[in-house]
Design a protein around this ligand. Sequence first.
Ligand code: TRP
Length: 365
Amino acid sequence: MSDIPHDRAGTFEEAVRRSQALRADFVRHPQRYRMLTGDRPTGPLHIGHYFGSLRNRVELQNLGLETFIVIADYQVLTDRDSVEAVPGNVTELVLDYLAVGLDPAGGHTHIFCHSHVPALNQLLIPFLTLVGMGELDRNPTVKEEIDAAGLTTVNAAMYTYPVHQAADILFCKGNVVPVGRDQLPHLELTRKIARRFNQRFCAGRPPVFPEPEALLSNAPKILGLDGSQKMSKSRNNAVMLRAGADETAALVKKAKTDADRQITYDPERRPEVGNLLLLASLCTGEEPAAIAARIGEGGSGALKKVVTDALNDGLAPIRAKRADLARHPDIVRETLRRGIAEANDVADRTLREARAAMNMGYGLD
Ligand code: TRP
């Protein structure tokens, strides 16, 4: 694999460097990698997800990497009371995945919900014995999520879900995990769990689990249309992948800009204008500064027209495909049925190996 030693892993800068080295190797040796990543089914996806992660997943899939996408439905139980929205959210997520080009029909992409893969969940039990309470308690991402959700009581799964996430990754021996920066602590824990399992149970036999690598996105960060730090549906500052052209135009029209009629690309001083130029650029491939120069003194009105057209043209094929898929609900069920069957095959095999290593096969496996 890549040649950067692991002893300096753990810092953000190191993760960025390792990600670059990995990307170069994917092209040469796609068959050495198995990608696992996923999402909680908390709602349909927006263009921040698309440019930040989905597009990258599809590129890696198309390079030939075996691709596992987990819909982390049990994880939803960590911070919300109601499960009413889960089925609808799972459907929306699968439609988004298929529309952007994740392609189970290609034979090496598997989309599944972890609630339907018993052997994956069973790995959680030995994994929990490899982690200390203090480690769980110190996880910065979990702390932030507890604060952000304003939880007054915190359930135990909120503290243990990073271990569950290790099972999501390790059940299929995933060795590449495309994630955002916030997920790095979880990935570091997954690496520790793999290492500790192999050390504790695999003396004198081949290790069961790989130590997976984080793959950080090299896409620039997209802000909400209101200029706030995060694009999110709940803040109503997001363009959803599934939105119609008119809806997109209306949202962009409301986007925050500034009073300077001369459009320039200066993301430090003019974050809102910079963000709109970036969005147009991500759709068309033209540099943000070149788009700005073309708009010149046209002001926000002209800028917004350019952005709306870029988004609506750029997303048109995805949206058309999505609308078409949405007319055939069987496709979603079939995608999951197939992905779940494939995930179960892999999970059953891995659990048997893990049981053998733990001396619990009893000649029965
Ligand atoms: N926690 C991730 C998120 O909220 C979703 C997720 C669950 C995940 N299991 C995973 C991501 C395994 C990568 C690998 O975005």
